[in-house]
Ligand binder design. Structure first.
Ligand code: ADP
Ligand code: ASP
Ligand code: MG
Length: 424
């Protein structure tokens, strides 16, 4: 109620304010893969808007468009200028966003498509894998106020120079969660071609079970360790801003998986999921003279080249007082990492450097590991019983990862899924 003074008297007024919830939807490549599918998405989005919601939709490129653009690029060059790479691969999302806006308009639903830059998504000045720094929502809010559904291209933003920047493959999930966080959205639904997060990739293990609810920590590990179903940074962003993600099917109208604050009950299960990462490579430096500063020199050079190093092992030869060191990097960085390691090997008078791209990383993840001893032993014994050789190991409080031969990756996932009874 507000009280207004009018003609010298006070009058009470009851003011009704209708709250309009803000709903963010994200549709992945398969979900907008054909004109028919785009029309289906439009119908779904319109139904949500007609219920009195503000709706913002983030889209990926149609089907395998991004891969096709990269194949096309490889017909011109294998070593593209990073700025032009971003100019090229960001176009896929523009096609699907414009088509979805048109599909909405054609069913009498006012809509507008915006590029990342137009939607105010500001990123770091790093081509190909920038992080989102800030989102200026003025334009988006203006369009919502005008009653339009706002369709935004995922996977891209704009840097301080005004250049189009992409945020890493699979990054549309992160665009969606970041936009949901900036808008303080009431709902963040990520629609995809599976109906939830499973105990492992159901394409590898058909017995995999759908998980109803998973903590941010566990999902972040699974996603970072290769479960492609969500971009790891989207989970990080959701965790920081307390956004509850509902990952669900774009074709079946059923509940999917909630990615949210962990519940105590989950701690009972030692392992919640198994992930496979085939995008890894192993690089080794052989017989490095064993004195202080060698590791620092190598890893600083790799960091300067913006190469992320994951697992590291060092084995010392007591006789020669020299050490072998091996580490893993993303496959796309393998060539560069080997060149840098070869250079450093020369400087350090080591025997040489080698790399192997024929490897895979398998990981088990679960917060319950903290309280249950023997999980690592079970992992190693079951792999060895299946005749799978472990080349590297790394652990944290809630995950254990092993590097194995690439050809044995899928078998290893199935073995571990069974060993930890995730099919039950
Ligand atoms: P989108 O194009 O919608 O972003 P993605 O292809 O990136 O979809 O991710 C969905 C795919 O992730 C699924 O088809 C599935 O094969 C794969 N995937 C990997 N690990 C899992 C998992 N643990 N649970 C569900 N899907 C998984
Ligand atoms: N289209 C981009 C890719 O294929 C981004 C995404 O789909 O999330 O990587
Ligand atoms: Mg994806």
């Amino acid at each position: 109620m507000i009280i207004v003074r009018f003609a010298g008297k006070f009058h009470p007024f009851l003011v009704y304010y209708k709250y309009m919830p803000t709903i963010v939807h994200k549709y992945g490549g398969t979900s907008v893969g054909t004109p028919e599918k785009i029309k289906n998405v439009a119908a779904k989005v319109k139904a949500v808007r007609d219920k009195g919601n503000n709706v913002v939709v983030i889209v990926s490129a149609m089907g395998h468009t991004t891969d096709e653009l990269i194949d096309l690029m490889h017909k011109i060059t294998t070593d593209p200028d990073p700025r032009e790479y971003d100019m090229l691969v960001s176009t896929g999302e523009q096609v699907s966003a414009a088509l979805l806006a048109m599909a909405l308009q054609s069913i009498n639903c006012p809509a507008v498509s915006l590029t990342g830059g137009q939607a105010g998504v500001e990123t770091e000045d790093i081509y190909r894998k920038a992080r989102i720094k800030n989102i200026k929502l003025d334009r988006v809010k203006k369009e919502l106020k005008a009653g339009k559904v706002v369709v935004i291209t995922g996977f891209q933003g704009i840097d301080s120079k005004g250049d189009i920047i992409t945020i890493g493959r699979g990054g549309s999930d992160t665009s969606a969660v970041a936009i949901a966080a900036a808008l303080k959205a009431d709902v963040c639904d990520i629609y995809t071609d599976v109906d939830g997060v499973y105990t492992t990739d159901p394409r590898i293990v058909p017995e995999a079970k759908k998980i109803k609810s998973i903590s941010y920590e566990e999902m972040l590990e699974l996603a970072s360790l290769g479960a492609q179903v969500l971009h790891p940074r989207s989970v990080e962003c959701a965790m920081v801003y307390g956004i509850k993600i509902h990952l669900r099917s774009s074709t079946k109208d059923i509940e999917g998986t909630y990615i949210e604050e962990g519940k105590k009950m989950e701690l009972k299960k030692a392992v919640r999921g198994v992930a496979l990462d085939l995008e890894v490579a192993k690089v080794g430096i052989l017989q490095v003279p064993d004195h202080p500063g060698t590791a620092a020199k190598l890893f600083k050079a790799l960091a300067d080249a913006k190469i992320n190093v994951d697992m590291i092992i060092q084995s010392v030869h007591s006789v020669s007082a020299a050490a072998d060191m091996a580490f893993t990097v993303n496959k796309t960085d393998a060539k560069k990492a080997l060149e840098i390691t070869q250079e450093i090997a020369k400087e350090l008078k080591a025997e040489g450097a080698v790399s192997d791209t024929n490897v895979a990383k398998i990981s088990i993840v679960g917060t319950g590991m903290i309280s249950q001893p023997g999980v690592a032993a079970r992992m190693f014994s079951s792999l060895s019983a299946a005749g799978i050789n472990i080349e590297m190991i790394s652990t944290s409080e809630i995950k254990i990862s092993c590097v194995v031969k690439a050809a044995e990756g899928k078998k290893a996932v199935a073995v571990l899924h069974k060993e930890f009874e995730l099919d039950k």
